[in-house]
Write a protein that binds this ligand. Structure first.
Ligand SMILES: *Cc1c(COP(=O)(O)O)cnc(C)c1O
Length: 427
């Protein structure tokens, strides 16, 4: 399979190159030249999660990997449960937070890490992955790459601007994972990362790769659980899936699955007050804005980067996009209302991101439809936000309790590119 750039200003590349490059050289996002088609009968077959993942991902990579190796990668990456929890008769939650860092980003990060390692085999090659994070991505990437031979990871995060739990998850692993704390904002971290990729001296000396969310390898595993939920629900005829969305990577995974033949009626992009996408569907103009801070902070995105992929998938035909996607913006006030209502009515404790998704479905579902909400994080990750809302202490899952006990190990530096560069060169 070849991958082209959404900016169409550079030659298509093979999968491996798209994986290690992340971003195309013209600044566009990589897209597969075609979306493989699997029959409805295929989606009805009984399979384990890793079998399903192998069958759905393999055609995107093609001859660059053998199927057995891909299956091994899937087995080891997706070694946790992916339950569908029934909330009431026509509403279910697909829990995507049972991986090691308790957010759905584990699917993508664990898969990408193993795939990179596969393509690096027998070469004695060393690679350094750098990633800027505002919270969840960093810990998923750190965990995904933890102890993988030949790969070093450097995570940049804004000092004092990630939650205590998130910071502990980032800074306590050791081994091949290094955390660098920048005296600046998330945007400053991202600027430093971008500068490093353009630095000639670094390019000469270090094999750099990025693990940011626009990598196509992070998208592919996000197609699989849509089919998993559909199977689990015994192939419903009319199903709407609500996706708590920020950068729209998760939603784009769902669009790929639909294009592959999975019979989903509609995808619902549930967003917080960062309402660029619903505005676009309403009035036809995509107007990016500065992001605003909300309770569902992993979705505070003012310029969703996967929009370029959605445009490409639908040849920019907004009416075709409207047939497949609807979108709702949910304020913090309604997020709290939704969280409390689901807790009181159904005794289900959602995190703020999932609460946005639940409100979205409540507003949009038709009586005859089956609704599924993707739950993107465990509520324990956002205990500091939820406890005052429900007025009760939350018992943290074991992973989080353990991360809180370990000593923090990070290097704090000024917001200066050269300080970071010397760390990189000495690593
Ligand atoms: C990253 C994240 C999202 C948003 O996912 P996108 O693919 O960026 O739309 C939603 N919820 C949580 C908990 C996240 O970490």
């Amino acid at each position: 399979m070849k991958y082209f750039s959404t900016n169409l200003n550079t030659e298509p590349v093979n999968f491996k190159e798209a994986l290690f490059k992340g971003l195309a050289s013209d600044g566009g996002l990589f897209m597969p030249e075609n979306i493989p088609y699997l029959s409805k009968e295929f989606f009805k077959e009984k399979m384990t999660y890793s079998e399903l993942a192998t069958e759905m991902i393999y055609p995107f990579i093609g001859e660059e990997i053998d199927k057995l190796s891909l299956n091994e990668i899937c087995k080891s990456a997706f070694n946790f449960s992916v339950p569908v929890v029934n909330i009431h008769s026509n509403l279910s939650v697909l829990e995507l937070f049972h991986g090691p860092t308790l957010a759905f980003k584990d699917f993508a990060a664990r898969f990408m890490a193993r795939l990179m390692q596969y393509f690096m085999q027998n070469k004695n090659e060393e690679r350094t992955i750098i990633v800027a994070t505002s919270g969840d991505t960093g810990s998923a990437v750190a965990n995904g790459f933890y102890k993988l031979a030949g790969i070093n990871v450097i995570i940049l995060y804004p000092s004092g601007r990630v939650s205590k739990i998130q910071e502990q998850q980032l800074t306590t692993l050791g081994e091949n994972i290094k955390a660098v704390e920048i005296e600046g904002s998330f945007d400053d971290c991202q600027k430093i990362v971008k500068k490093a990729f353009l630095d000639y001296e670094i390019k000469e000396k270090i094999n750099l790769s990025s693990a940011n969310s626009i990598n196509i390898a992070r998208l592919l595993p996000q197609t699989v659980y849509y089919a998993w939920a559909w199977k689990y629900l015994e192939c419903p005829k009319d199903v709407i899936i609500s996706v708590p969305s920020g950068n729209f990577g998760n939603l784009t995974g769902g669009l790929f699955a639909k294009r592959m033949g999975l019979p989903i009626t509609k995808l619902l992009a549930s967003v917080n007050s960062n309402d660029i996408f619903p505005n676009y569907l309403n009035n036809g103009f995509f107007q990016s804005k500065e992001s605003v801070s909300t309770l569902s902070n992993a979705m505070d995105v003012g310029n969703p980067s996967n929009f370029a992929r959605i445009q490409s998938l639908y040849c920019s035909e907004i009416n075709e996009i409207r047939k497949d996607i609807i979108s709702t913006s949910v304020s913090d006030k309604l997020t709290i209302k939704s969280l409390l209502e689901i807790k009181q009515k159904y005794n289900y404790l959602a995190d703020p991101h999932t609460a946005v998704g639940l409100y979205g479905i409540k507003k949009n579902i038709l009586k005859s439809q089956m609704g599924v909400v993707l739950s993107t994080a465990h509520h324990g990750k956002f205990a500091d936000i939820i406890e005052p809302i429900i007025n009760k202490k939350i018992k943290l899952p074991k992973q989080l309790r353990e991360a809180l006990k370990l000593p923090k190990d990070s290097m704090k530096i000024k917001n200066k590119y050269n300080d970071f560069k010397s760390i990189l060169l000495d690593y």
